[in-house]
Structure formats: structure tokens, C-alpha cells
Write a protein that binds this ligand. Structure first.
Ligand SMILES: NC(=O)c1ccc[n+]([C@@H]2O[C@H](COP(=O)([O-])OP(=O)(O)OC[C@H]3O[C@@H](n4cnc5c(N)ncnc54)[C@H](O)[C@@H]3O)[C@@H](O)[C@H]2O)c1
Length: 251
């Protein structure tokens, strides 16, 4: 069975991705810093659990050694990520460092750790966010960390294409997970849904299904790309004022 490494597998999107890839026939190597939730995902998927903090280089190196000992790896999903919101002036040294190191360096270090085990080629899926595609105020350094991940994806695709390794980025929109569900209680869910062209917030399975495609042979000629999975949220603005008729108006 081909092996897939999923970071941040303990809950939320990582857990849904692990379960989806298991159903697709992958052997799951679940990675998370939270031992308890990691054990749950490993049990659900019959997979292998590796406790690893992706923001700690030594921890990621040890994870890579354990992964290499398990044999040939076919997929790496760099899903682990954190966010801390504030205005520009509120980005503290701690928040800036934690978010950048976890999201950006975590993605880079896990890629470095796992690529040597992709002997027969493979697929890497990195995680951005709609926050990187739509500018917003008071979102801290998070969107910058995600924009940087998008460039890392393209660089990875360029450098490893000849080795049969593909790399793509998924940018989720507003998805209800354990860590975001407080934002979707009661009427807040309807308000947020009204901001999305498809008029609903996303479920983890909306993301897991796209990751399933990106690590499958069906996407064998897709690499270096960014796919927003956001109900068209990043496609533009909805509810703009009607355009008055007159010279220059077509139709
Ligand atoms: N949920 C959304 O609406 C949304 C939107 C856009 C992007 N994303 C991105 O999707 C990814 C997953 O989001 P989620 O909502 O499932 O998050 P979540 O907080 O529910 O789950 C994240 C998982 O990653 C693990 N993790 C965090 N830091 C880690 C570290 N240093 N080392 C190892 N594991 C670590 C956590 O323990 C947790 O299990 C993140 O990269 C996030 O930025 C989520």
C-alpha cells in the first residue's frame, strides 16, 4: 500500500484528509504535536502515528528518519498550521515567529525531511488560505506566511518535477473545524455564509476531497498550482451596486 504522510492529522482538516486518503487506499502516517488527538486519527485510519512539532527542526528531522524507515512514501500533505490575528502594529515578536516558523518553516522542513523517502516520485500538497488571496485588515502575519508557502510550492514543483514529484497548494476558504467552530455559532454562520458566493461555509470533507485528487494519479500532470477551495469566495466581490445604463454599456 502506498504511504501518505499528513501533518496536523490530529483534528480538523488533517483528520478528514487522513480518513479520506485511507478510504482511497493509502497507508496513513499521521503526524501531529498533540499525542492524544494523533492517537485517535491513527486508530481511525489504522495508520502509523509520529509525534512531531513541525516548528522544531530537530523534531522534524527525527520524523523524517522514522518516515524513511517505513519505506517508500507517495504523498506528503503539509497541513499543520496556526494563526494569530492582530493589526499590523499588534504583531508581537512571539506571534510573528510562531506563525512563520510553524506555517512556513514547518512546510519547508517537512518537505526536506520527506522528499528523500519519495523514491518512486510523489505528490506534495501544501496549505495556504483564502486569507492570502483576499487582502483583509487585522489578520496578523498569517496571510504573509501562507503567501510564502505558495512560492515554496512553485519552487518545489520546479526543482523536483524531473524526479516525478509534484507539488500543489490548496487554499481553503471558511471551513468549520474544531478550532474555527466558535466563529460559526448561531447567526454568525448565516452571516459568514452570506459572504460566500456559494452561500455556505465549508466542511473538512470539501478540502479532503480535493487533496484526494491532488495526490492521486488523476492529477498526474498538475504541479506548481494553487487551488482555492472556498465556494468562489476569492473569485471576486458579490453584491456590488448595479451598473447604470448609458454609453459604453454593452447589451
Ligand atoms: N479551517 C479553516 O477555515 C482554514 C482556512 C484556511 C486555511 N486553513 C489551513 O488549513 C490547515 C488546517 O486547519 P484546521 O482548521 O484543520 O486547523 P486545526 O487547528 O483544527 O488543526 C491543526 C492541527 O495541526 C496541529 N498542529 C498545530 N501546530 C503544530 C505543530 N507545530 N506541529 C505539529 N502539529 C501541529 C494541531 O495539533 C492540530 O491537530 C492550517 O494550515 C490552516 O492554516 C484552515
Amino acid at each position: 500500500m502506498t504511504k501518505a504522510v499528513i501533518t496536523g492529522a490530529g483534528q480538523g482538516l488533517g483528520r478528514a484528509i487522513s480518513n479520506r486518503l485511507k478510504r482511497d487506499g493509502w497507508s496513513i502516517i499521521a503526524v501531529d504535536k498533540n499525542e492524544e488527538t494523533l492517537a485517535r486519527t491513527a486508530e481511525e485510519t489504522g495508520g502509523h502515528a509520529i509525534v512531531c512539532d513541525v516548528s522544531d527542526h530537530a523534531s522534524v528531522v527525527a520524523m523524517g528518519e522514522e518516515v524513511a524507515a517505513l519505506g517508500d512514501i507517495g504523498a506528503l500533505v503539509n497541513n499543520a498550521g496556526i494563526w494569530r490575528y492582530s493589526g499590523v502594529l499588534g504583531i508581537t515578536p512571539e506571534d510573528g515567529r510562531d506563525v512563520l516558523v510553524t506555517n512556513l518553516m514547518g512546510t519547508i522542513w517537512c518537505t526536506q525531511a520527506v522528499i528523500p523517502a519519495m523514491q518512486g516520485g510523489g505528490a506534495i500538497v501544501n496549505f495556504s488560505s483564502v486569507a492570502s488571496l483576499m487582502s483583509a485588515s487585522s489578520v496578523g502575519i498569517y496571510p504573509a506566511s501562507k503567501a510564502a508557502i505558495e512560492t515554496v510550492t512553485r519552487m518545489t514543483a520546479l526543482e523536483f518535477g524531473s524526479a516525478g514529484i509534484r507539488a500543489n497548494t490548496v487554499a481553503p476558504g471558511m471551513i468549520v473545524t474544531e478550532s474555527t467552530e466558535a466563529n460559526y455559532q448561531g447567526e454568525m454562520r448565516d452571516i459568514r455564509a452570506s459572504m460566500i458566493p456559494m452561500r455556505r461555509v465549508g466542511e473538512p470533507e470539501d478540502i479532503a476531497d480535493v487533496v484526494s485528487f491532488l495526490v492521486s494519479n488523476d492529477s498526474r500532470y498538475v504541479s506548481g498550482q494553487l487551488i482555492a477551495v472556498d465556494g468562489a469566495m476569492s473569485a471576486g466581490q458579490i453584491g456590488t451596486a448595479p451598473i447604470a445604463s448609458g454609453p459604453g454599456k454593452v447589451g
